[in-house]
Design a protein around this ligand. Structure first.
Ligand SMILES: [Zn+2]
Length: 265
């Protein structure tokens, strides 16, 4: 099986110390997929205390850029795209009701790729939500998607592979409902997706370990989703416990994009 960790919301206001304190003892063994907000909006709900009145490009945080480029060279992180402004136009998530989503994907990716020594292959939807047009914007850019939990019917795609993949997904959902996540990356023909398991201070670790065991029994991909910004001591302990639980089972520790790319059903 493969094990990966995804962290959301790294942005212009992120200090390296937050990432260092949460992942410093982890990312030498387990690479972290950091889903970055390229142009955080002052009204974003991504746990920031904005000091600027305009959207701010992540590349202008020089300390963060230099720090993450070092981590990229070490192989301790990969970067993914996490929306653009991470705001809620008309009260809905950005990639549900936002406008100009294709441009946002393109510009957001360009910003990350020019600031950091990295290519972007993955999109993590802000607020864990995507509409049909959100999915189209992402897949047309050639990116794969790392999801949270999403039992509702997936966005339909006009691709023959979509039907077969979707049928498998529905059969899984009918059997396990909210108990487990689909254990494998799903290839929809247009793009690939993998599901993740949210970990915060409220997470029931027994459930998380059962979910891990289930995915191990299927030799699938277990992706843990965390938010370093909002993780308190209890959450940090749970993260460390989950990582040490995983280590006892000796999975391949990989980035989320490698988990998708290297998966052979
Ligand atoms: Zn977010």
């Amino acid at each position: 099986m493969k094990f990966c960790i995804r962290d959301d919301d790294t942005n212009y206001y992120t200090g390296p110390s937050v990432l260092e304190s949460v992942f410093g003892s982890i990312w030498d063994d387990v690479p972290i997929t950091l889903a970055c907000i390229p142009m955080i909006s002052p009204d974003s709900d991504a746990l920031v205390k904005p000091t600027e009145s305009l959207p701010m490009p992540i590349g202008e945080n020089e300390e963060l850029v230099s720090y993450l480029n070092d981590r990229l060279r070490d192989g301790s992180v990969e970067l993914a795209l996490h929306g653009y402004h991470h705001d809620a136009p008309n009260g809905d998530p950005e990639f549900v009701s936002g406008e100009r989503l294709a441009e946002k994907v393109k510009d957001g990716r360009d910003q990350l790729e020019s600031a950091f020594e990295s290519t972007i292959q993955l999109f993590a939807p802000p607020h864990v939500r995507l509409s049909n047009k959100g999915v189209r914007a992402v897949q047309n850019a050639g990116l794969d998607i790392v999801r949270g939990y999403g039992p509702r019917p997936r966005e339909g795609q006009l691709h023959p592979k979509w039907w077969a993949s979707y049928a498998k997904f529905l059969a899984f959902y009918a059997r396990y409902r909210k108990e487990f996540r689909y254990p494998f990356p799903i290839d929809y023909g247009t793009h690939r997706e993998v599901y993740s398991h949210r970990l915060n201070r409220q997470t029931d670790l027994d459930w998380c370990k059962r979910a891990f065991d289930y995915i191990e029994s299927k030799d699938g991909v277990f992706c843990l989703s965390v938010h370093a910004h909002g993780l308190n001591q209890t959450g940090q302990k749970k993260l460390e416990e989950m990582v040490s639980y995983a280590k006892q089972h000796d999975p391949d520790f990989v980035t989320a994009s490698a988990a998708i790319a290297e998966f052979n059903p």
